[in-house]
Write a protein of this length. Structure first.
Length: 86
């Protein structure tokens, strides 16, 4: 299944398929290691949903919703943080 990173549930894993966006946003995402083929797991969401904390390339990273909406992912694991499938 394919969806953008902002649509992930806590604990979901996926592989980056495409990074959209213009200029600064796309470059910022690439500089942070969010490139096609990278594996990302959504760790946390702030109480109001923005920002998101993800794990990418072995480190934790905080993204704004607008940045996460630019990252198209292929879901590889749909287990939540407690290890229970959906």
């Amino acid at each position: 299944m394919q969806k953008t990173l902002d649509q992930f549930a806590i604990g979901e894993h996926g592989i980056v398929r495409q990074v959209a966006g213009e200029g600064k946003i796309k470059r910022r995402l690439f500089d942070m290691g969010i490139t096609p083929g990278a594996e990302i797991m959504l760790r946390k969401k702030a109480p109001l949903g923005d920002p998101l904390e993800v794990t990418v390339r072995g480190y934790e990273l905080t993204l704004r919703i607008t940045e996460a909406q630019c990252v198209t992912m292929v879901v590889t694991d749909t287990k939540n943080e407690h290890g229970v499938g959906k």
